[in-house]
Design a protein around this ligand. Structure first.
Ligand code: GLU
Length: 498
């Protein structure tokens, strides 16, 4: 029978969606879509002291923005629900009871202090701390007496045997761990809540998860999960542990690393396009190879088509902030203007200087909308993130231009005064101050002064903007407005004369 792929992303609700989590979710999503399977969102909230009240909502919002929609999950339901571990406590209990009844798990009455003392003793002898197994050897009567006396206890899994635990990992190949290296680990805490190891195994088993695709930091947990799957008699899923994300120095990313924007919400706020983020994250540890080896831009549909677990690398993946910005700029360039205006407008709406500029130019309603559109069109190829529009639009909105060194140099040239005088006269005479008319004025200056190309355009651009580089000159002069251009010509002329 053909196996139906079922995969899950299982975040703990402890904070914002991290780029690492988003990439894990993306790989699960791509694999599910590629295989015609189901992608499930499950909230692992059994470590209750770490849960944050609004974290689930934030995670869901970030995923919805990325467009990585799930087939089953806490908000949409599904026939394997509920999809929050803490709502599944009833599902865990029978398995705990069964393991204890079969002698595969046992209650442990050791106190925190006793365990701490054992740990310290081991450390002093330079041994790896591990549970002594003390409570495993209690007699049936001793155990019952403690239970009757309500002595608080955890449940530990009894690790037996000396052979190796082996499993196949799609990325890392044949894995094997010494059974003897694994201590009798806690599967249920004294408050009756299962630990991560137990909850994840039972949930994966009952939700019929076929492939566990998760971060490499979980690799050392997997042998414990294999033991648990064996003990409860459920088929062991396939595993794929995806490589760590490294910073630009090749070091493991720490949450405090400020050289990298680590949270999806930050990308949302700065004006990244969700598919640009997906595109970049997909290439973090995976590549399509073959005829696509040189390509870097892939739509989500294309990623689904090309994705395979076998092409995920073992080596850590270096996160390159600039590359992500570049990918985003490619998506901005490819966005249809109407859509881009809609996405960029909020950044101008909240920009006080731009609002003042609209007011000073007496632009409101439709005219203001039109101006915003012109501005976005002008800077479409210059934006790396949509919020860049705020700094880029300063070209038009600043009260006083600062002349940079290059501009000052250009303004030393001999022809400057003549070119500016002629241009000022020509635009004064224009019937309408539009880009097309401005173009004609520039032509007329060329004819009158005999200067053309750089000798003509550079002084005008430098005068009007304080810089020698920038977007289309006609459009720039138009958006600056006639008053400002004339005022700046006047300013420069006075400086040159004095
Ligand atoms: N809840 C775990 C985490 O947030 C996921 C573990 C898993 O995918 O098995 O890292």
């Amino acid at each position: 029978m053909e196996m139906t792929v079922r995969v899950r992303f299982a975040p703990s609700p402890t904070g914002h969606l991290h780029i690492g989590g988003a990439r894990t979710a993306l790989f699960n999503y791509l694999f599910a879509k590629k295989m015609g399977g189901s992608y499930i969102l499950r909230i692992e909230d059994t470590d209750t002291s770490r849960n944050k009240a609004d974290a689930e909502e934030k995670l869901i919002r970030a995923f919805r923005w990325l467009g990585l929609d799930w087939d089953e999950g806490p908000d949409v339901g599904g026939k394997y629900g509920p999809y929050r571990s803490m709502e599944r406590l009833n599902s865990y209990q029978p398995y705990l009871d069964k393991l204890v009844a079969e002698g595969k798990a046992y209650p442990c009455f050791c106190t925190k202090e006793e365990l701490e003392a054992e740990r310290e003793a081991a450390q002093q002898k330079a041994q790896t701390p591990r549970y002594s197994g003390k409570c495993r050897h209690l007699s049936k009567e001793e155990r019952q007496a403690k239970i009757d006396a309500n002595v608080p206890h955890t449940i530990r899994f009894a690790v037996s045997g000396n052979d190796e635990i082996t499993f196949q990992d799609h990325i890392r190949g044949d894995m094997s761990f010494q059974r003897a290296d694994i201590e009798d680990f806690v599967i249920c805490k004294s408050d009756g809540v299962p630990t991560y190891h137990f909850a994840v195994t039972i949930d994966d088993a009952l939700m019929e998860i076929t492939h566990v695709i998760r971060g490499e930091e979980h690799l050392s947990n997997t042998p414990k999960h294999v033991l648990l799957f064996e003990a409860i008699g459920y088929p062991i899923p396939e595993f794929a542990h995806i490589p760590l994300i490294l910073n630009e120095n090749g070091k493991k990313l720490s949450k405090r690393d400020e050289t990298i924007l680590q949270f999806i919400e930050q990308y949302h706020d700065l004006g990244y396009l969700p598919d640009a983020v997906n595109n970049y994250l997909a290439l973090l540890g995976w590549s399509p190879g073959g005829e696509y080896i040189e390509e870097e831009i892939f739509s989500l549909d294309k990623l689904v088509e090309l994705f395979s677990l076998d092409r995920i690398n073992k080596a850590g993946a270096i996160f390159n902030q600039e590359k992500l910005m570049w990918v985003n700029s490619q998506y901005i360039k490819a966005t249809e203007l109407d859509k881009l205006v809609e996405l960029t407008k909020p950044y101008l709406d909240e920009d006080a200087e731009y609002q003042l500029y609209l007011k000073q130019n007496e632009l409101s309603g439709e005219q203001a909308e039109e101006r915003t559109r012109e501005l976005v069109a002008l800077f479409q190829t210059a934006m790396y993130q949509l919020s860049d529009i705020q700094s880029l639009s300063k070209l038009f909105t600043v009260k006083e231009t600062k002349y940079d060194d290059e501009a000052n140099q250009v303004l030393q040239q001999e022809q400057v005064s003549e070119v500016l005088a002629s241009f000022a006269k020509k635009i004064e005479e224009l019937r309408a101050y539009t880009p097309a008319e401005i173009k004609k004025a520039l032509k007329a200056v060329q004819k009158e002064t005999g200067f053309k190309g750089k000798q003509l355009f550079m002084p005008i651009r430098a005068t009007a903007t304080g810089q020698v580089h920038g977007p289309d000159l006609n459009q720039t002069l138009y958006l600056l407005g006639k008053e400002k251009v004339l005022a700046r010509i006047d300013h420069v002329q006075k400086q040159v004369v004095s």
